[in-house]
Design a binder for this molecule. Sequence first.
Ligand SMILES: Nc1ncnc2c1ncn2[C@@H]1O[C@H](COP(=O)(O)OP(=O)(O)OP(=O)(O)O)[C@@H](O)[C@H]1O
Ligand SMILES: [Mg+2]
Length: 411
Amino acid sequence: MTRPRRVFALDLGTTKVCCAVADLESTGLRVLGVGMVASRGVRKGAVVEIDRAAEAVAEAVDMAEQMSGVAIDSAVVGIAGGHITSQNSRGVVAVEAGHREVRDQDVHRAIDAARAVSVPSERRIVHVLPQQFTIDGQEGVRDAIGMAGNRLEVDAHIITGANTAIQNVVKVVHKAGLNVDDMVLQVLASAEAVVTEDEIERGVVVVDVGGGTSDIAVFARGSIVHTSVIPVGGNHVTADLAVGLRCDLETAETVKRNFGHCLQLTLPADAEVTLTPMGYDEPVGVPQRYLAEIIGPRAREMASLIAAEVERAGPLGMFPGGIVITGGGALLRGFAEVVQQQTNLPARVAAPMGLHGMNDEIRGPSHATVVGLLRWGARSNLGRKPSRSNGKSSDGPAAGVKLSRWFRDLF
Ligand SMILES: Nc1ncnc2c1ncn2[C@@H]1O[C@H](COP(=O)(O)OP(=O)(O)OP(=O)(O)O)[C@@H](O)[C@H]1O
Ligand SMILES: [Mg+2]
């Protein structure tokens, strides 16, 4: 029997750092260990303090090593932040003379042509995600290899990030004693964990509501069509509550998780939560409907920003799979309903799929990214044989063309 491949993932989030180890088995991923600690030195998805972030990563890695009994020397690492931007690009090449059909090399050359867009020197390409091929004017070709033709075009979605922001993530990971196997846009990893190939084929919007940002990936006709970052996340809801209730952030967070709701009228008029506002000596009863009065406008603002991005991506009819909301912020009660109202698309909250083993720790929506990173690693042949003890230095992040699952099928 062949031994399963082993994969390691690291999600460096704004609120939490999560490290996971899993074996890829025929039935899916068997999680061997997970480590999670509160994040430090990360703001709105980007590293702002290398030393503190590295400490947090090292702690999460230690925890995952202890739980799994496996030494972790490298990981597939998620990347995010306001510095990430995306654009569509087209690459055109002549099919190599002497061959009457498109071959691997032609596809690679077409993708290289698409990635040769002008990227400012302070930025670098993180992903080149092919969307469709056109052969001799015939659009909508999924699998170009083997097709007869002379002229091959590819439409690709190109994701770029700021060099410095990417380097800072690499520095954090190195400082914590790990190599970077690969870098993956966090929301693409989340999508990998929460939606099916079938939904991607039909058209679906994935929203990862994190602490500081909400990241969006829109899919249609089997490939990615749009990505973007909304600079509002669950922590904004907490901050609004802290102001509105005149309490500290910690109390506001607890109140939000236990009693928060976006929709006032779904709550009984007499339901209350007891807390002691700043400047008060005694606890007071606050109607839960008042919490919803504070949370509701922020939820509607987030939902309308999501709606604007969906509109930018294409007509609603393109997304019969609706909106799939994940990330810790997806746990805010009533949020899916608000998104549904604002976007006119069905919306649901989703947690990562297809796990076995010690997965209690990573069952919820806030772990979609780390699970997706494991799956990405498993698919990209980044997994190593468990017997290997010393990891070799990786090629560094984001080198070469990143083949998404929506593309890899072609090879
Ligand atoms: N039960 C809950 N109800 C409401 N909100 C919650 C709940 N649990 C977590 N959250 C919110 O989810 C957010 C954190 O989500 P998540 O863990 O996905 O963030 P992150 O990955 O660290 O951040 P980011 O992806 O923005 O870098 C916080 O704002 C937190 O308040
Ligand atoms: Mg996250």
